[in-house]
Design a protein around this ligand. Structure first.
Ligand code: F6R
Length: 241
């Protein structure tokens, strides 16, 4: 894994947005895998600026998001659909038919998962997948487990993730217990991976990802096997490495 160490969150956002913008310039119909959470918000702000100030063109870009909470309406303020519209989709010239997220309200979740993987295959696979990392090493919502899940699937969120995500809700009780997430297999098939990590509370997860054994107990450790994975981390996130 290539490691780019920068000073702080702002610099991560700037560098990661530059990487994504460069990929879009080189391949205007890029298939871009997207993440939610705190880590990418600054990146999306930078991409919006590049669109507004420098005409970065998203008109042919296709996007696929990693995950969505089960039971969430797309209009729900806590849904990842809403998050993506608020931070990126409504602010650049992406075409709505080109953006994809799992449907947390699907009546048949198993079928939704199969269809999501089929849709990614139909797009030709992911060119660049943006990732954050959980404090327990999760990527997407692939929580620590006994095996690496391959395709898109439904997961039960761990208490550590529920606790970490309660800041987006009123209380832990309001955080959904299940989510649909791309599997580790889907993520590993992306031709390039860009993982961003900021802050001291990610330092242990980053150290384990880079130097620990490759194990589903720390899902991000699988990225050691990816041929083109890049980590952009700040001084705090890289402080234990
Ligand atoms: C979100 C996602 C998660 C987050 C991770 C880190 O789509 O897939 O894996 O990237 O939980 O979240 P933040 O960035 O909020 O620390």
């Amino acid at each position: 894994m290539r490691i780019i160490k920068v000073k702080n969150y702002e610099k991560i956002s700037h560098s990661a947005a530059n990487v994504i913008a460069a990929q879009i310039l080189l391949k205007p119909d890029l298939v871009l895998g997207l993440a939610t959470g705190s880590s990418p918000i600054g990146i999306y702000e930078e991409l919006v600026k590049k669109h507004q100030l420098w005409d970065l063109d998203f008109s042919e870009v296709r996007t696929v998001n990693l995950d969505e909470y089960c039971g969430m309406e797309a209009e729900d303020l806590q849904s990842y659909h809403y998050f993506m519209r608020k931070h990126l989709f409504d602010k650049v010239n992406l075409k709505l038919e080109n953006v994809h997220l799992p449907d947390g309200k699907a009546s048949d979740i198993a079928e939704e998962c199969v269809n999501y993987d089929a849709m990614i295959r139909k797009l030709g696979g992911i060119d660049l997948q943006l990732l954050g990392i959980g404090r327990n090493g999760h990527i997407g919502f692939n929580e620590p487990s006994d095996s690496f899940p391959l395709g898109t699937h439904c997961v039960k969120l761990t208490s550590s993730t529920i606790e970490a995500n309660q800041r987006f809700f009123g209380s832990t009780g309001e955080v959904p217990r299940q989510a649909i997430t791309m599997g580790i297999g889907s993520i590993m098939k992306a031709r390039r991976i860009l993982l961003v990590a900021s802050g001291k509370d990610k330092a242990e997860a980053i150290r384990e990802m880079l130097t620990g054994p490759i194990t589903p107990k720390h899902p991000a450790s699988v990225l050691q096997l990816h041929p083109d994975a890049v980590l952009i981390g700040d001084e705090e996130a890289l402080s234990d490495y």
